[in-house]
Write a protein that binds this ligand. Structure first.
Ligand code: GRG
Length: 272
């Protein structure tokens, strides 16, 4: 499983490579069209390179729902949706409200969660709970991405990007200029408290599902859940200064968290 997840992650990380890597290609619709074409080919057993071949192997080896997943009566393909997220990132640098931001988070992180569940596996005694487990996974992806956004507000602003709901900023008398000015005011702190509360809500929703995965998958998932949740604590510890400081979880804290996540991973949850 570790090997598959690694290859998988490498395939997904290609997005970072395209934009930021040493051989960065200017991200354009044409590049993404080609990527989508390759996805179609590899799904049909015609991979273009080694990484694509690894993914062809993965989608053939794991249950069909790794390619397509039924959510809210619609079929979604997380791989194609991830590419859609990259398209969104080209076109958009502002999000009017949380609904728009949620969709972005689904595209770039929720998709990874949906792809991961069939690889990680669901515990046999929880198989009838699959839809709820997928929803929990989605929540973990959303919680992770929201946390990432909150941690990186200052960095993103330097690149002209504000991944925060504009209407909620306005409710606290804030706008883009306040983000660019990098001044942490009381209004900013109050605004941030609400954003952190929301991210924690998604982590809480993820907990049930994490305990219903296959036994071997629970520890890594619990570890990532607790680690990312700790980033939110670190933002609070920085007195909500995510404009000039990067919230960071130290190595000791990370190590101390491992036995905690191990203990959490031992408990099985039987009800949603
Ligand atoms: C809870 C259940 C039932 C299953 C688990 C399902 C999983 C594995 C969910 C996690 C999905 C995931 C890994 C989403 C992406 C998270 C994310 C925001 C990664 C950050 O990527 P970068 O932006 O490269 O981060 P850094 O800047 O920290 O490197």
């Amino acid at each position: 499983m570790t090997k598959t997840i690694t290859l998988f992650t490498v395939w997904c990380r290609r997005t970072d490579e395209l934009v930021d890597g040493p051989n960065a290609i200017h991200m354009s619709d044409a590049v993404l069209d080609r990527w989508e074409e390759r996805l179609h080919d590899l799904f049909h057993g015609r991979p273009f390179d080694m990484l694509d071949a690894a993914l062809t192997h993965t989608v053939q080896k794991f249950p069909l729902d790794i390619k397509e997943r039924k959510l809210d009566l619609e079929f979604w393909c997380p791989f194609r949706d991830m590419i859609e997220g990259m398209r969104m990132d080209i076109k958009k640098s502002r999000y009017e409200n949380f609904q728009e931001l949620y969709l972005y988070c689904y595209y770039v992180a929720g998709t990874v969660a949906l792809m991961s569940v069939p690889v990680m596996g669901i515990a046999p005694e929880s198989s009838s709970d699959a839809p709820n487990i997928y929803n929990s996974a989605l929540s973990l992806g959303i919680g992770n991405q929201l946390t990432n956004i909150l941690r990186d507000v200052g960095e993103d602003a330097l690149r002209g990007r504000v991944y925060l709901p504009q209407d909620e900023l306005a409710q606290f008398g804030l706008c883009d200029e306040d983000v660019y000015s990098r001044r942490v005011t009381d209004n900013w702190r109050e605004f941030m408290k609400g954003q952190i509360r929301r991210a924690r809500f998604y982590f809480n929703q993820a907990e049930e599902g994490a305990s219903k995965l296959d036994k071997d998958s629970r520890w890594p998932v619990w570890s990532s859940l607790l680690l990312y949740r700790n980033i939110l604590d670190a933002i609070e510890d920085n007195d909500y200064d995510n404009l000039t400081k990067r919230a960071y979880v130290g190595r000791t804290k990370k190590l101390l968290m491992l036995p905690v996540s191990y203990t959490r991973s031992l408990s099985t949850s039987f009800a949603f």
